[in-house]
Design a protein around this ligand. Structure first.
Ligand code: PBG
Length: 338
């Protein structure tokens, strides 16, 4: 696209900013409920528990999730993403509870599916962190996160989730080779229709803090520190890198990913842009817990207008090239957009 050759004073860019109707005529980007995915936390208790570091977000019972799913569908939100809060008794070094077809998230998937069928997308994380005693996304031995051994477990976890009825499995673990292995296993099980949304460019980020509070992996990760692996930097990406993000995306696509994710979104708008430009594939962005918490905290202090800041933060992610955004603001924004 070449620059418009206009010159002041015959050209005045303020002319098209005068009225709301005129601004909306020339708007290049729009945000709609269909651009949003709602991440939800499910726990074993009947009562809902607020997440202290994420004001407005609650851990819900399976029934609560079913109700939230119905709300999402009514609001025009295309899909929910489910994250389980796993009881300490179900955590182990080998994450075996992730494979249990009757675990919490599988039960939640079945309950939602029964209610909304194929009218609402159900996305499930594939990663071991909710199920490991040390809170890592992979198996840990002698201070190392094991890649290929972890992939073998992730494949079974993805199969269990697909069997429960989820539409999209979303490996968020950042092990090498897991997309291809999951695709092959799903296909062999006759699950060619289950989509893979790969967290292709997932950065080792401080902005996941509130999420780890929500699912209780913070405390687990603290025990990991004593085992010599306090952070996820040997598998999640260095925020210094973008070329590497493009390589991650290329590999995941070659292995059969249907959609790719960039995460966190707000600190990686350049990455979203480059991924979309380079590959032109469905590109999702995750406005993560810390991004949500920052806006909510400032709003609670009266330091900024929360709903406006939320809307703007999401609009610019679309402008950067995101086709869809996972955000804890999803229901509130969908309501505001109606
Ligand atoms: C775990 C997972 C994380 C998030 C989604 N899946 C946390 C992590 O990698 O430690 C973070 C989401 C958020 O912060 O909102 N595989």
């Amino acid at each position: 696209m070449t620059a418009h050759p206009g010159r002041y004073p015959s050209t005045r860019l303020r002319r098209t900013r005068q009225h709301a109707w005129l601004r909306s005529m020339v708007a290049e980007t729009a945000l709609a409920p269909a651009d949003l995915v709602w991440p939800l936390f499910v726990h074993e208790h009947e009562a809902s528990h607020p997440v202290a570091s994420m004001p407005g977000v609650e851990r819900l019972s399976v029934d609560g999730i079913v109700k939230a799913a119905a709300d999402a569908a009514a609001l025009g939100i295309p899909a929910i993403a489910l994250f389980p809060v796993v009881e300490a008794g179900h955590k182990s070094d080998d994450a075996r509870h992730a494979l249990d077809p009757d675990n919490l998230v599988c039960r939640a998937v079945r309950a939602v599916k029964k209610e909304t069928g194929d009218a609402l997308g159900i996305i499930c994380d594939v990663a071991l962190d909710p199920y490991t005693t040390h809170g890592h996304d992979g198996l840990l031995r002698e201070g190392c996160i094991l890649n290929d051994e972890t992939v073998a477990v992730l494949v079974k976890q993805a199969a269990a989730l697909a069997e429960a009825g989820c539409h999209v499995v979303a490996p968020s673990d950042m092990m090498d080779g897991r997309v291809g292995a999951i695709r092959a296993a799903l296909d062999a099980a006759g699950r060619q229709d289950v989509c893979i949304l790969s967290y292709a460019a997932k950065y080792a980020s401080a902005f996941y803090g509130p999420f780890r509070d929500a699912v209780g992996s913070h405390a687990a990760l603290a025990t990991a520190a004593s085992l010599g692996v306090a952070d996820k930097k040997t598998y999640q990406m260095d925020p210094a890198n973008t070329a590497e993000a493009l390589r991650e995306v290329a590999l995941d696509l070659a292995e059969g990913a249907d959609m790719v994710m960039v995460k966190p979104a707000g600190t990686a708008l350049d990455v979203i842009w480059r991924v979309k430009e380079a590959f032109g594939v469905p590109t999702l962005a995750y406005q993560v817990s810390g991004e949500y918490a920052m806006i909510q905290a400032a709003a609670a202090n009266g330091w900024l207008d929360g709903p406006k800041a939320a809307l703007e933060s999401l609009l610019v992610m679309k402008r950067a090239g995101a086709d869809c955004i996972l955000t804890y603001f999803a229901p509130e924004i969908a309501r505001a957009l109606r």
